[in-house]
Design a protein around this ligand. Structure first.
Ligand code: SAM
Length: 430
């Protein structure tokens, strides 16, 4: 195993560094800490679209190979942008990805759908030619999508260009799969050509950044995205095992998994962090352009585990989860911020429901691997992973092992004190 070295971090702690692919039989002990250096973040379809707190592909690849066989069924109940599903597919496993967010399911679906090279290249040519023919007079303002604060988020020239590109994609005479792929290419440039900060999980305009967007930026960025993403989709489609099934059901929730008992051989996931990323708000501009949202995001937010959309009547009193360590922290938070104490409580309750649903859906001996981070809530350290272990045991899981994965390169940008440094990987066995 020549890609493994032992290093010592700034705090004198010993960390095992693994560069690139993680060996299937990597020895691990309870509490070990690893620094996985990814080489594959954007290979094949993995890099088609940004997504907050996305897995690096080597992690689910390793867990899938370590804990399942070819043709097995894998579940990711918080699928996000489908990294687990892409890796399951490439390792010849069937998989299901559940996510309440329609935009996430759309990205995931595009990432696992192979496309014929000829069709793709033909559509690419039509779109690149259309960019050369662009004139603002080809677009009328009545074609602009209607959404809140639209003219603050985007300059007029960009609205014209994005509307033009969207129209060109819609009128391609090709398959829906090819159109969806180009919609994802378009979506991938939207944040960059908006007036919002590119690097924040919240969609916000920060005047002091002085972000400068020029006419033609949307056209140029789209052309560049197409030219880098089409070859990746071609390479992915050439690797595609035709007999494998990958599904993203629409009517499910990680707390309500409508599959028969014992259906899955393995589940791998990274649930949301409590109180950290507001997913609908992160990709609201992309959802408006692609037609997944029109005005309020609140109904979508409410479905999220870890949501901040809670009612005042819920947090009048302190709620207890029955895990002494967690209850102590929630009591401390309650004293200064009852609302946040309730958000934390609800998170653990929701995770209890999820653990119980996955337990039912797994076969005996199957594993649920949960990758979860800690965070700070009003200055108090909230150690999710430690609280989830007794909850999982209560449901019937055995804690097979747990170890840490240091985070060095994360799309999640949070205020300094809230930053998450280690994800914990819990291997739960039914
Ligand atoms: C940390 S992200 C997963 C990222 C994923 N591992 C990837 O590689 O892209 C967590 C996801 O959980 C989803 N989520 C939140 N609440 C959910 C629920 N109740 N049921 C299913 N998915 C949910 C969010 O929409 C988000 O996509």
């Amino acid at each position: 195993m020549d890609n493994i070295t032992e290093i010592v971090n700034d705090f004198g702690e010993s960390i095992i560094r693994v560069d690139g692919d993680i060996p299937v039989n990597l020895p691990t002990k309870d509490g070990d800490r690893f620094l996985f250096i990814s080489h594959d973040q954007s290979i094949l379809t993995h890099g088609l679209h940004k997504y907050p707190a996305k897995f690096f592909p080597e992690l689910p690849r390793w867990l899938i190979k370590r804990y399942s066989q070819e043709d097995d069924w894998i579940l990711d109940p918080f699928a996000g942008s489908g990294t687990t599903n892409v890796e399951a597919l490439l390792s010849r496993r069937n998989s299901v990805g559940i996510d309440v967010d329609p935009f996430s399911r759309f990205i995931s679906k595009v990432k696992v759908t192979p496309l014929a090279e000829k069709e793709l290249k033909l559509a690419q040519k039509v779109l690149l030619d259309a960019i050369l023919d662009y004139r603002p007079s080809l677009v009328t303002e009545s074609d602009f999508p209607d959404f809140p604060y639209r003219d603050n988020w985007f300059n007029k020239e960009i609205l014209l260009e994005l509307t033009y590109l969207r129209k060109q994609i819609q009128s391609l005479s090709t398959t829906d799969g090819v159109k969806d792929f180009f919609k994802i290419c378009l979506s991938s440039i939207i944040r960059a050509v908006s007036n919002a900060d590119d690097n924040c999980t919240r969609t916000v305009i920060r005047k002091k950044l002085g972000k400068l967007i020029r006419p033609s930026d949307a056209l140029n960025r789209f052309a560049k995205a197409v030219l880098t993403k089409v070859p990746k989709m071609v390479a992915f489609s050439g690797n595609y095992p035709a007999h494998i099934i990958t599904d993203f059901p629409e009517d499910m929730d990680a707390r309500n998994i409508k599959y028969e008992r014992n259906y899955f051989d393995l589940a791998v996931t990274s649930p949301p962090y409590v109180n950290a990323v507001d997913y609908p708000r992160t990709h609201q501009l992309e959802m408006y352009w692609l037609g997944f949202a029109q005005d309020t995001l609140t109904p979508l937010k409410k479905q999220n585990v870890g949501t901040e959309s809670v009612s005042a009547s819920d947090y009048k009193i302190l709620h207890e989860i029955g895990i002494p360590e967690a209850d102590r922290v929630m009591t401390n938070i309650f004293e200064i911020d009852p609302r946040r104490a309730f958000i934390a409580f609800k998170y653990l309750e929701d995770m209890r429901k999820n653990l119980s649903e996955v337990y039912k859906a797994l076969r005996d001996g199957g594993r649920y691997v949960v990758v979860v981070g800690n965070n700070r809530i009003r200055g108090h350290l909230f150690e999710n992973w430690k609280y989830l272990m007794p909850i999982a045991e209560d449901i019937g899981f055995e804690i097979e092992t747990y170890f840490g994965s240091e985070i060095i390169n994360h799309f999640v940008k949070m205020p300094r004190k809230e930053r998450i440094h280690t994800d914990w990987i819990l291997v739960l066995k039914k």
